[in-house]
Ligand binder design. Structure first.
Ligand SMILES: [Zn+2]
Ligand SMILES: [Zn+2]
Length: 368
């Protein structure tokens, strides 16, 4: 029986049980306890809902003077009661400064996602590990690479006519060959294919086919919320459309996409095609583009999405509930200011992302 109903039954019952003083005292105390517990339950129900927000901790554009702009990406994602660090930026000292500026506690995390092996996403990792050495980390499983891996030893051809000293492992290899990681001591769990790591939280695993990043595996974070999917992408090397195509298999309603779309050197027709696909085909509610999305793409997406384009520069906290908005930048109508543009371009010029972009530009030039 519901304890609140039970308390009413006891009060009625109390009238008949007046024969002993003890019973009356028991009834009064019992009722008081149950009523108190009902009141407590009421106040729990009225408690504010869990935050649904994304805080940008690392990027090359932004307005928060207490933070340092640098090429790379990191964001704290707090949704569905989980606290997830998505990437760590390029430099541990800059990550440390930006995390402090936003008052973010990196010792309280459910897990970390390292989206892909590029240094502008994993370079800040040592700072995280110094604070939180035990934290669970998800990273893409590649055949070889910085996150470590393993392969069945049957992958290589054997030649039994050779003497043992000319054979790998003297001719008796382990069944599984393990390869080291650039992050010794970290508790890394490798993700091979799209996986729901906790209920409602899926890591989309796709492989890039673009020149310059061929075979690079990248993880994107898809969180299924009551408002639709909140999708956080790092660099979108496999293509942002390909990532969204995976996300709609979980829930066809895409609520918001945050992160880098990697359209730095793409030409206008290609940019417009992506913007139209996201807006018209996938009917994405909100866009919060950052990092390697590219300046003309910021402009194109803002044009297509209008007030559903959310400014997401460094230091922005995006409320990603039913009516998303950029909490720290309520008045930010513009995407990038002049000084900001200059900084973004300078940092981009030094980054690996431009090298990939260079290859992409060369390919585009060849196609023409
Ligand atoms: Zn990047
Ligand atoms: Zn990248």
């Amino acid at each position: 029986m519901n304890p609140c109903r039970l308390s009413r039954a006891r009060k009625l019952g109390g009238r008949v049980m007046r024969s002993t003083h003890f019973t009356v005292v028991l009834a009064i105390f019992g009722s008081a306890w149950i009523l108190a517990s009902c009141a407590t339950k009421g106040s729990t129900a009225a408690a504010p809902p869990m935050p649904a927000r994304i805080t940008v901790l690392y990027d090359a554009f932004g307005k928060d003077a207490t933070m340092t702009k640098d090429w790379g990406y990191a964001a704290l994602v707090e949704i569905n009661g989980k606290r997830i660090l998505f990437d760590t930026g390029d430099d541990p000292a800059i990550l440390a400064k930006n995390v402090k500026a936003k008052g973010v506690d990196l010792t309280r995390l459910d897990f970390v996602v390292l989206s892909h092996r590029h240094s502008d996403h994993i370079g800040g990792f040592s700072f995280l590990l110094s604070l939180n050495p035990q934290v669970r980390i998800y990273a893409p499983k590649e055949n070889f690479g910085v996150f470590g891996s393993d392969l069945p030893s049957k992958f290589y051809r054997k030649d039994e006519s050779l003497p043992p000293e000319m054979r790998y492992y003297g001719g008796a290899p382990p069944e599984i060959m393990k390869f080291g990681t650039a992050f010794p001591g970290a508790s890394i769990q490798l993700i091979d294919k799209t996986t729901e790591v906790v209920p409602g939280v899926t890591l989309i695993a796709l492989v890039s086919d673009a020149p310059g990043t061929k075979e690079l595996k990248e993880l994107s974070l898809a969180i299924n919320t009551p408002d639709g999917i909140v999708l956080v992408v790092a660099c979108s090397h496999p293509g942002v459309e390909a990532i969204v195509a995976e996300a709609v298999k979980i829930n066809p309603h895409i609520h918001l996409i945050a992160g880098g779309f990697h359209l730095l050197v793409a030409q206008d027709p290609a940019i417009e095609k992506v913007a139209a696909a996201l807006h018209d085909n996938y009917k994405v509610d909100y866009i919060a583009a950052g990092h390697c999305t590219g300046e003309p793409t910021f402009a194109a997406l803002q044009k297509v999405f209008g007030d559903r384009y959310l400014y997401a520069g460094l230091g922005t906290t995006l409320d990603v509930g039913a009516n998303p908005r950029a909490e720290s930048d309520r008045n930010a109508a513009n995407v990038l200011e002049e000084g900001d543009l200059l900084g973004y371009r300078t940092l981009l010029a030094k980054s690996d992302d431009l090298k990939d972009g260079g290859a992409e530009a060369a390919r585009l030039a060849q196609i023409r």
